[in-house]
Design a binder for this molecule. Structure first.
Ligand code: PGA
Length: 253
């Protein structure tokens, strides 16, 4: 953790969640007690179909919501796309961009991710820009270089602590139960902070929240959160269980 930074735990529901699953966010809100509120921010990123109603239900809970992707375009003839302004209008404060599932399954490049992050910032959403290496890249000793390159390509110039969150998610750790060693997370997060310093200036970079994501669970959260420059978590699978999500939040608090 970085002492001066308030941690953020964000839940990425991915393509999971029907109306009945709003019970999960309701239960998270119930468990977000004053002690947790004093020390950790929470955000839930449900599927777009639930965003408006989830956001409305969470008003007053101090739990933020976010989208999982947005269009780089502001509006127009882009069938199936959702603009950042639409997400903001539905109550979102954040939007995940450049998740590895989008980079891999939808061929999203860092150039596109940056355009999405810029569109988000224009709509006053905070983009959670995801970066991370594949297993092959890690085994080839290229993890740091790959992630730095993704950052240079994906992070909008002029971003700062209030307008950017970065999530380091090793692709091979997502949904697999595998996590990098604490030493590898420490090296990567230090390198990310340094690269952001080069891109944004040291002062701006020093306040940006750097989340770790990839198989975060109640059993490993405290250890991961103890690492320098890990300022919270981006949680997939475990965010679909209120008790697990809250346990991770407590580990960050
Ligand atoms: P996981 O997913 O926690 O299920 O590994 C993390 C993510 O993809 O954001």
């Amino acid at each position: 953790m970085t002492r001066s930074i308030r941690p953020l735990v964000a839940g990425n529901w991915k393509m999971n969640g029907l109306k009945a699953d709003l019970a999960i966010s309701a239960e998270v809100a119930k468990g977000y007690d004053s002690e947790l509120k004093a020390s950790v921010d929470l955000a839930i990123c449900p599927p777009a179909s639930l965003l408006y109603v989830a956001s409305a239900a969470l008003v007053g809970s101090r739990i933020a919501t976010g989208g999982q992707d947005c269009s780089p375009q502001a509006s127009g003839a882009f069938t199936g796309e959702i603009s950042a302004a639409m997400l903001a209008d539905a109550g979102a404060s954040f939007v995940i961009v450049g998740h590895s599932e989008r980079r891999t399954l939808h061929g999203e490049t860092s150039t596109l991710v940056k355009a999405k992050a810029q569109a988000a910032q224009k709509a006053l959403l905070v983009p959670i820009v995801c970066v991370g290496e594949t297993r092959d890249e890690r085994e080839a000793g290229k993890a740091l270089a790959v992630v730095k390159k993704q950052l240079r390509g994906s992070v909008p110039e002029g971003s700062g602590a209030a307008t950017l969150v970065v999530a380091y998610e090793p692709v091979w750790a997502i949904g697999t139960g595998l996590t990098p060693t604490v030493a590898d997370v420490a090296d990567m997060h230090e390198a990310i902070r340094a690269e952001l310093g080069r891109l944004l200036g040291k002062a701006a970079a020093s306040g940006v929240r750097l989340l770790y994501g990839g198989s975060v669970k109640p059993s490993n959260a405290a250890e991961l959160m103890s690492v320098a420059h890990v300022d919270g978590a981006l949680v997939g699978g475990a965010s679909l269980k209120a008790e697990e999500f809250l346990a991770i939040a407590r580990a960050c608090a």
